[in-house]
Design a binder for this molecule. Structure first.
Ligand code: C2E
Ligand code: CA
Ligand code: CA
Length: 635
């Protein structure tokens, strides 16, 4: 703070008195002003802003008290200290009463005057400094307040952004981004909460698992953008039938789930019906194509015996699988409270059955021979060709279960890999135990699920197993059915190449049954084509099927691949196949599958070609197994 010169206003109607006081204060380094009347004093005080007024009381006109009262009344001058200069001691109290700060008695004493003036000026100065300090403090407070307000606003903005991001993350974590419906995780949370209420008997509910029939078709023919659009439109159609309280989610792929609370006993099936009816009127259009829509719906009552989301999904999957098997556009209702007890095939918990069967070694290997319909190109008799088939022994019912029952559940529960490995080991082990027969066994086919070949390490497993039991790779053929499971052509291709290097071969199974057969045929290194038995079985009576077998055979010939026809049940069909130039036949007409044992295999082996001229002997093709030799003769 810069030291400044103080200003003192001396008021007295007697100029001499002014002079005396001025002289007294001469050394004080002040600026002095003087007024000889009250009016003039007020004027100077307002204009000159003195730091102190030395004020005579007795003046003509406006006396000192009145001047003081007016100075104190004006905010501009109110804080200027006033010191009365008076000869009368009884003026003192009145002087303080009108706002005076001090008084000096006349006649004046120079030291007293200086002391009182200094004191007043110093006090005034300190007050001034304090005021300035206060002022700058207030200024700072104001500035900081402004800053804080801005910071606060930023903070609030950040908090809002954070909250938005949080909400967005939450949304993304709980929603399917194609259809904007809830996703599986959200459904899990919803069902888990619901199950608790169902357990407490606070509500009942029903779960619908809806599976679109044409999703794959659209996806593969029009691409996945069309597939996504189909999912969206489908979601819209179903959403239009739901109440706001229903919980609608996409479970992934072409599967959707709806939870309806307090629907009553018929609510679930009725809603399922409405969904299918609505879909019947709906067509999906993409570019110039249009697709009729259908779905299968599994309806599961969420009763108290369902204790977890996973359990609900297993039951719903099972019911959906059964619905799909019954054909398009079907509804399957599962009500666990209705089906208790024995013999309910539909309620079999396949996951458990399969896991137990693997543990207890209850799978069995069977086989069926393939029969050549023409002589080999070099005229030599063919060695034995068989296809191995898996079965499951059901100890409770003392019956064998056919793979049609359990392959699909095994795929769904990711147990198929173990099943296929079991089969590989079982078959290769048996072949390894009969090395003397190897030169008369051309090909042993093992069915592999496309799901299994997707699992890493299967090729390695085959290679190691062959090595372990000393079985040459060229004896093995793997049959793979064209299914949606071959989604990754590249990994399927790698699998096939690895085993090709060991001499193994591959057959494309059930050719013609899937619409992508031709793609797979061209893009994967298959060696053989097996025409789906459903075309073959009645090709003599069904013209369309006959035509299919013909065109598939012609195509295979163009690609230079041998053709196998399955489900050959009659000689008539066998004759037609021979005419078409089909290379191999397989079916009940030639051989009804039987357990795969060393004895059974030996009984199926063709006659050993003459040892001396194995490469040149020409024999008629061996029809079926009738030419088997007793095992002893083979050694
Ligand atoms: P697939 O590969 O088409 O097998 C041929 C099926 O046709 C066998 O049924 C066989 O018993 C049956 N069959 C044979 N001849 C005739 C006939 O003349 N008429 C009729 N109607 N059927 C005949 P199976 O053994 O029930 O097998 C069904 C399917 O299960 C097989 O179809 C195959 O895809 C699959 N499978 C069988 N064994 C295995 C295995 O070890 N692993 C895998 N992943 N799948 C297997
Ligand atoms: Ca097969
Ligand atoms: Ca087949």
């Amino acid at each position: 703070m810069t030291a400044r010169v103080s200003k003192i206003l001396i008021v007295d109607d007697t100029p001499h008195n002014i002079d005396v006081l001025s002289a007294t204060l001469n050394d004080e380094q002040c600026e002095l002003m003087a007024a000889t009347s009250g009016t003039r004093a007020l004027e100077l005080a307002t204009r000159g802003r003195p730091d102190l007024v030395l004020l005579d009381v007795m003046m003509p006109g406006m006396d000192g008290f009145e001047v003081c009262r007016r100075l104190k009344a004006d905010p501009a001058t109110a804080d200027i200290p006033v010191v009365f200069v008076t000869a009368r001691t009884d003026d003192v109290s009145q002087g303080f009463a009108v706002g005076g700060s001090d008084y000096i008695s006349k006649p004046i004493n120079a030291d007293e005057v200086r002391a009182r003036v200094r004191y007043q000026l110093e006090r005034r100065n300190l007050l001034e400094q304090l005021r300035e300090l206060n002022h700058s403090l207030e200024e700072k407070v104001r500035e900081r307040t402004a800053e804080l307000t801005i910071a606060n606003r930023h903070l609030r903005q950040e908090i809002n952004e954070r909250r938005y991001m949080q909400d967005r993350l939450n949304y993304l974590a709980t929603h399917d981004f194609v259809t904007r419906l809830y996703n599986r995780g959200a459904l899990d949370a919803h069902v888990s909460e619901l199950l608790a209420r169902v357990q407490r008997a606070e509500c009942d509910a029903v779960f619908l698992l809806i599976d679109i029939d044409q999703f794959r078709l659209v996806n593969e023919t029009c691409g996945c953008i069309a597939g996504d659009e189909l999912l969206r439109q489908f979601a819209d159609v179903v959403a239009g039938l739901l109440e706001r309280t229903d919980f609608f989610a996409r479970l992934g792929g072409d599967k959707f789930g709806v939870v309806v609370e307090d629907a009553g006993p018929d609510g679930g099936p009725a809603l399922a019906r409405r969904v299918l009816d609505q879909l019947a009127d709906f067509e999906f259009h993409w570019e110039e194509r249009s697709f009729k829509m259908a779905a299968s719906v599994a309806v599961v009552r969420i009763a108290r015996d369902i204790v977890s989301f996973d359990q609900l999904m297993l039951i719903a999957d099972e019911a959906a699988y059964l619905a799909k098997r019954e054909g398009r556009g079907t509804i399957r209702v599962h009500d666990s409270s209705l089906l208790e007890g024995e013999g309910h095939r539909e309620s079999v918990n396949w996951a458990l059955v399969l896991v137990d069967a693997l543990k207890r070694n209850e799978f069995r290997a069977w086989f069926q021979r393939l029969t050549p319909l023409a002589a080999a190109a070099d005229g030599r008799p063919h060695g034995l060709h068989i296809e191995t088939l898996i079965r499951l022994w059901d100890p409770r019912r003392q019956k064998l279960v056919l793979p049609g029952m359990f392959i699909a559940p095994a795929e769904r529960y990711h147990l198929i890999g173990e099943l296929d490995r079991w089969m590989i080991r079982e078959v290769v082990r048996l072949l390894g135990s009969m090395p003397d027969a190897h030169d008369r066994i051309d090909q042993v086919a093992i069915n592999l699920s496309a799901v299994s070949i997707r699992e890493p390490g299967l090729a390695q497993y085959v290679a190691e197993t062959l090595r372990e039991f000393g079985v040459p790779g060229r004896m093995m053929c793997f049959e793979i059915t064209e299914t949606e499971a071959i989604v990754n052509l590249q990994s399927a291709g790698e699998f096939m190449h690895t085993l090709h290097r060991l001499g193994c071969r591959f057959a494309l199974d059930d050719f013609g049954s899937g619409f992508a057969s031709f793609t797979y045929m061209r893009q994967l290194p298959f060696d053989t084509i097996k025409i789906d038995g459903m075309f073959v079985r009645d090709m003599d009576t069904d013209l369309v099927h006959g035509g299919m077998v013909r065109s598939m055979t012609e195509m295979a010939r163009l690609l230079n691949k041998p053709v196998v026809a399955e489900f050959v049940e009659t000689e008539t069909v066998a004759g037609l196949l021979r005419e078409l130039g089909v290379d191999w036949a397989q079916g009940f007409h030639y051989h009804v599958p039987e357990p795969l044992t060393a004895d059974a295999l030996r009984a199926s082996l063709p006659l050993r070609p003459a040892a001396s001229s194995a490469a040149t002997v020409i024999e008629a093709p061996v029809p079926g197994a009738e030419s088997a030799m007793p095992p002893a003769a083979l050694a």
